[in-house]
Structure formats: C-alpha cells, structure tokens
Design a protein around this ligand. Sequence first.
Ligand SMILES: NC(=O)c1ccc[n+]([C@@H]2O[C@H](COP(=O)([O-])OP(=O)(O)OC[C@H]3O[C@@H](n4cnc5c(N)ncnc54)[C@H](O)[C@@H]3O)[C@@H](O)[C@H]2O)c1
Ligand SMILES: O=C(O)[C@H](O)CO
Length: 325
Amino acid sequence: MKVFITREIPAIGIEILKKAGIEIEQWEEKRPLTQNELIDFCMQSDALLSAGYNNIDAYFLNKCNHLKVVSLHSVGFDNVDVAEATKLKIPVGHTPGVLNSATADIAFLLMIAVSRKAFYCYEKIKKGAWKFFEPTADLGIELEGKTVGIFGLGNIGFEMAKRCKGAYDMKVIYHNRTKNPKAEKELNAEWVSFDHLLERSDVISLHSNLSEETRGKFDRNAFQKMKRSCIFINTARGAIHNEEDLIEALEKRIIWGAGLDVTNPEPMDKNNPLLTMPSVAVLPHIGSATVEARNGMARIAAQNVIAGLNGEKLPFPVNPEIYRA
Ligand SMILES: NC(=O)c1ccc[n+]([C@@H]2O[C@H](COP(=O)([O-])OP(=O)(O)OC[C@H]3O[C@@H](n4cnc5c(N)ncnc54)[C@H](O)[C@@H]3O)[C@@H](O)[C@H]2O)c1
Ligand SMILES: O=C(O)[C@H](O)CO
C-alpha cells in the first residue's frame, strides 16, 4: 500500500506510516503541486495525505476514485468537495482537537496586538520613527470587562472564549448553528442572533468553518452593524470576510481594527493596504504552528491513512455517513 504526501510533515507522522509498512512518496519541491501533478501522483498511490490545501474537487475525486482515503493535515476541510467524496464512498479524514490551544492563542494574540496597535508600533521603531514619548499618540483600547462575540463556537471558539473570560473577565456572547451547553455552563456564554452578535460585541472573533453558508458573511452590511470601536479577528478562513469591505470599514473608521491570521488569497500581497494600517495585525496563517499541534496533526493524519488503507473507519472522519448502511 502506498500513500502520497503533498508536503513535508512532522517526522512522527512518517514514523507511524513506516511502522505500519506503508510505502511513502512525498512531494519534495517548495512550490505547491498543480492539480494535474497531484492526479499523476495519486494514480500511483492508494491514499492521499494532503498537507497543503490542495484542491480536492469533484474533478480530482472522480479521476482518483480508486483512493481508499483522503487524509487532511488540517482540521478545516473547505478545500475538499466532501459531498462528492461521500458519493464516491471515499473517506475523508481531518485533525480536530490537537490544534485548539495553538489557534486560540493566535486569535487572542491578535486581539491584544490590535487593541494596542502593537504591530504598527513595532514597524515604527524599525523605521526609526520613534522619536520621543507622546502622551496622545498610538492610543489603544482596553479589553477588561468588554464583550467578545464568537462566531462559530466549536473547539477553537471555546478556547478563545475561555481565554477572553479568564484573562479579562469578558462577557462571552456567541452565534453558532447550535447552542453550546458547555460554554453556557462554564463561561456563562450567551447565544445571540447574528445581528445581535454584530451589534453588541466589542471584539468579534471568527471560528466557524468556511462553507457556502459562511463565505463572505462578514461583508459591508455586517461591518456597518458593528460598533465603531469593534475589533474584528479572523483565524478561521480568509474567505469568510470580504476583504474589500473590510478595508473600506477600516479606512472609513466604521470599525476600530482587525487582526487576521487568514486572508483571501493566501499569501497576502505585500502591498495590501491592510499592512500599513495602525490598528491592523496580520499573520501568515500560523494558527496551528506549534510543535505540539503540528505533531498531533501529523499523528492523526497518519492514523487516518492507516485506517483508510485497512478498510476501517477513520479515527477522525469528515464524512462518517459513508459508514452507515
Ligand atoms: N488559522 C489556522 O491556522 C487555523 C487552525 C485551525 C482551524 N482553523 C479554522 O478554524 C475552523 C474551526 O475549527 P474547529 O476545530 O473549532 O471546528 P469546529 O467544528 O469545532 O467548530 C466550528 C463551529 O462553527 C460552527 N458553524 C459552522 N457554520 C456555521 C454557521 N453558518 N453559522 C454559525 N456557526 C457555524 C459549527 O457549528 C461549529 O460549532 C476550521 O474549520 C478551520 O477553517 C484555522
Ligand atoms: O484548518 C487547519 O487545520 C488550519 O488552517 C491549518 O492548521
């Protein structure tokens, strides 16, 4: 049995696969694979371990419908046509849980960085523009006792809410498809409608999946409903907000600031106007970039491959319905 891996992953994942006697072929180049290259490699393999947001659409899946498993080295699965995989009975695996703390830390870091214009001030020093102490310059806003609105209160959203509550005694409100009893009990979190989330939050932090329902959901209309002092944080997926509308909202001071770990497209262009705005902080999609999280992701991704190749239920399937009936 052979697995094709689309980018270097932590050694622990390779060790697990080798121990299970699985042959490994890995993409060695730094550039991303084209879809045709991906198809060519997968034609010679029984499983795919996708570690670089490859486009796993209906065309790919139908060409490679012999695959026994598509294992993602990520929790997000918006790069996969899951409905088509399910139709073709190809199990898709992902890596939930192990990156909750790492990603919530980045959301929390961005929230504080934006509230105190930290990235902008750091750039100021590097440019030699720090001349003297100015009592009225670079003023931020404090977070203590404010309201954080979590959009998508699942695993990572819960960890972000916990940090906000614990560090700043923030009031937690959230908008999610379903209520989250654990967050309501432990964090006194309150479910609110989408409009109330926009209107009541001092900080809005996105933690939902990207889907056709959430694509572009944070647009001009949504920004206009937010407080003028609102800080907008996105560590979920860049396509959940509309970038043009976000730039406009910041330029016209409709909202106060924004912190992004994800952009659309990625990478962000180095001349993007967001990169020079005082109350904006941008990071290059490093939410899960800790040793602990990445090792956990590699381990789970390898375990999903092994289960798929053995014809067993994946430990972490995205489409568990293929095992029913
Ligand atoms: N920046 C990074 O490096 C990084 C790291 C990990 C995950 N992510 C992103 O974060 C997302 C969330 O990860 P998670 O592990 O917390 O997933 P999760 O499934 O535990 O939580 C997602 C939550 O969003 C909710 N949701 C989905 N669609 C919704 C909608 N239309 N309206 C309201 N709520 C909705 C779901 O009900 C769920 O509670 C991933 O899908 C991924 O895109 C980014
Ligand atoms: O979805 C994910 O897991 C992240 O975006 C990458 O770790």
